[in-house]
Write a protein of this length. Structure first.
Length: 706
């Protein structure tokens, strides 16, 4: 008998009445959620995870929600775009049940306008706002759903949410029921441990996507080759989603395709700098079109509904297997096969490196193998939450013991850690200690954070944004650094279209459409770019020497050259070798170990000067690989030298004591399970000098790195 029979009949009809049978994830969640248990659910994109969480919880709570007219379920998603999409998706079944669904984020607050919704969809930052203003609607919440949880795991925003949930729990004598959802989670108990603590009871359900990945790697040597491919794919009505790794590339590709008369009206762009209205228009227009091409960054990796996608194209290698699976999961949801075309782009010469990167990520994706990182020990959001709590009390003095209760579910967050954080915030005039009690109250800098509305978030602090407008319409935002290179009358590329700069100031840039020809300015977006983790770097080396080398993924024009290069490399060295080349003053080792490991090796080996990338390590002196420590802790003497600041750091990370900033940074080194395996491989390998012709081939593997 199907589990759907345990649901309230009206709830079952509202969510599943149109379907002959439930999908496996939907069947699995009904019994535990109806009985009040917590769970983590991982299932492929398009598998009905939202319904799998919402339907059983509503079956349990909807009658009491109707009776009291109060907020009952809190649905948390990592982006405003996904919040909007979820609200649209569940509006109809909730209306059938007589329930209201509302939204709360930076652009919309349904709690402040009209009746209280029974289900509220929001972001972590907006939950912070609600707790800050002591919104009474939260007092009746019974259950919480956290969607796309992989984007919050091991991040400052995730730690912020973890503490926010503890603040919410303090309102109730009964425990809150919760569900965490994702399509790409490596190890499910880690999600529970990171967000709720190890002592929280939960059940774990993991379902494979059960979809074949039909992938091909193609060479695109120039823009005309790209245009020919798109024309070929659009000979019949088709929806194409093209992912690029940078907003500038989105604009460049869209601008080029829009020069073609046949494609001009069918090309759209989608990325985070565009305003919500512009992104909304893109999503709606794309969804309604018979033939459409949308070029996007990671903003469309999430489950935003833009209709059925016939094929996904990747312009550049994604940062990891999770990102790859999220991107390709947007395509062919009506079938059990995902079509993906991986493009070796025109921005670099054809290199074995980019092809092999694609092959490694496709191979891992097909096998469902993800990089595994244990829960990180993070601290930045601890300071942010302490400040938020104190500010929400009007700056009044708050006991350290009460603040410590908010972090008691995290084993590593002891009272001495809390006092370290508080002392540093005191030294920097955000807080002030009480004269003789163990309490802290607000100082002048905390009031500034509240005035500038910086108190609620843990986003990177390196970018100031200004508005980009067309008349009174907000098109989006760009970093203020762009004011240094634009001028009135200049042509710019934005939203995939050509514009002329009419005026600009420290607050905004005003544009108008233009058909003028000539050189266009592309806006600059500072940042570190996309990295390539140690797991995949190591996978590239394994794949080169695998008996199951997937040459069939490569288009015929490229396959022979790649296979020949691979054969020559494998004849010269095996998987237990570390190939190297030597000049009179340097040695380059090809480790395939990832940037952080290569840097650590250089430091522990006391190399006076070095250059590290994902694939190779350039040093002045030979390295004794057999003496290399295999345990991450053995590298403690050089931990302080590993640290690197990042634009991705939030202002609250910069307010931490230096020792905690370092400890946060080291989590990538200490918690990545690929690190000790790679160190062991390197320590058990033999360095091998290779010939210049082989050097040239392997250099192609790191052509994109330095």
């Amino acid at each position: 008998m199907s589990s759907v029979s345990f649901l309230d009949p009206r709830v079952a009809a509202a969510f599943y009445g149109r379907f002959k049978k439930l999908r496996p994830p939907q069947e699995a969640t009904i019994e535990p959620l109806l009985n009040g248990r917590n769970l983590v659910l991982s299932a492929g994109t398009g598998s009905g995870k939202t319904e799998a969480a919402v339907a059983p919880l509503l079956s349990r709570y909807w009658k009491s929600a109707i009776k009291t007219g109060t907020l009952t379920i809190l649905y948390i998603a990592p982006t405003k775009a996904l919040v909007n999409d979820i609200e649209k998706r569940i509006h109809l079944p909730l209306s059938y049940l007589g329930l209201r669904v509302g939204v709360r984020h930076g652009d919309r607050d349904d709690l402040a306008s009209g009746q209280t919704p029974h289900v509220l969809v929001t972001t972590p930052e907006s939950l912070d706002v609600l707790l800050f203003r002591k919104d009474v609607a939260l007092n009746t919440v019974k259950a919480i759903i956290i969607d796309e949880v992989h984007l919050l795991y091991n991040t400052q925003r995730g730690l912020q949410l973890s503490i926010l949930l503890q603040r919410l729990k303090q309102k109730f004598t009964d425990s809150l029921q919760w569900v965490a959802l994702s399509a790409t989670v490596g190890r499910l108990p880690d999600i529970r441990d990171f967000l709720f603590g190890r002592n929280e009871q939960a059940e774990f359900f993991q379902f494979s996507a059960q979809r074949t990945i039909d992938a091909q790697i193609r060479q695109i040597p120039d823009e005309n080759s790209f245009l020919r491919l798109i024309r070929l794919l659009t000979q019949r009505p088709v929806k194409l989603l093209i992912f690029a790794n940078a907003r500038k590339e989105c604009e460049r590709l869209a601008g080029f395709l829009r020069q073609d008369k046949q494609l001009k009206a069918e090309v759209f762009v989608h990325y985070s700098s565009l305003s919500p209205n512009v992104r909304n228009e893109t999503e709606q227009s794309f969804s309604k079109s018979n033939t459409a091409i949308c070029i996007a960054t990671s903003t469309l990796e999430l489950g935003i509904d833009i209709g059925d996608i016939d094929a996904v194209l990747l312009w550049g290698v994604p940062s990891g297997v999770e990102s790859f699976l999220q991107r390709i999961g947007r395509g062919n949801r009506r079938s059990h096969k995902t079509n993906v075309v991986c493009l070796v782009s025109d921005v670099s010469e054809v290199s074995l490196g980019e092809v092999l990167r694609f092959m490694a990520i496709i191979d891992a994706g097909k096998r469902g193998e993800l990089s595994i990182r244990a829960p990180f020990e993070l601290f930045g959001a601890v300071g942010q939450q302490f400040l938020s709590v104190i500010a929400s009390e009007g700056g009044r003095f708050t006991r350290i013991a009460d603040l410590c209760k908010l972090i008691a579910h995290k084993d590593f967050l002891s009272r001495p850690i809390a006092e370290q954080v508080l002392t540093e915030l005191g030294d920097k005039s955000y807080l002030q200690p009480h004269g003789f009690k163990n309490q802290y109250g607000a100082d002048e800098n905390l009031y500034k954070l509240v005035d500038f509305r910086l108190i609620y978030g843990n986003y990177g602090a390196g970018i100031d944004l200004i508005d980009v407008c067309y008349g009174s319409k907000l098109l989006g935002t760009v970093p203020a650094i762009n004011l240094l290179k634009i001028r009135c009358g200049a042509l710019v590329q934005f939203t995939g279209k050509r514009w002329k700069v009419i005026e600009f100031s420290s607050d905004s840039i005003v544009l108008e459409p233009t058909q003028e020809r000539g050189g266009t300015i592309h806006f600059t977006y500072p940042g570190g770019g996309i990295g390539f983790d140690a797991f995949l770097a190591n996978r590239m080396w394994q794949l080169l020497h695998s008996d199951e080398f997937p040459a069939g993924l490569i288009e015929k024009n490229l396959r022979g050259r790649i296979s020949c290069a691979r054969d020559r490399i494998c004849k010269s060295c095996n998987i237990n070798d570390i190939p190297y080349t030597q000049t009179h003053n340097s040695i380059r080792y090809y480790t395939f170990a990832g940037y952080l490991i290569n840097k650590a090796v250089a430091l522990i080996a006391e190399q006076p000067r070095y250059k590290a990338d994902d694939i190779s390590l350039l040093v002045p002196l030979p390295i004794n690989w057999r003496s290399l420590p295999c345990n991450q802790i053995s590298y403690e003497p050089i931990f302080h030298l590993l640290f690197e600041a990042s634009l991705e750091h939030s202002i609250y990370q910069s307010l931490l004591p230096p020792e905690l900033q370092l400890r946060e940074f080291l989590q990538e080194w200490l918690k990545d399970e690929a690190v000790p395996k790679i160190l062991k491989r390197l320590a058990n390998s033999t360095s091998l000098s290779i010939n210049p012709d082989i050097t040239e081939l392997i250099n192609g593997l790191s052509a994109l790195s330095f």
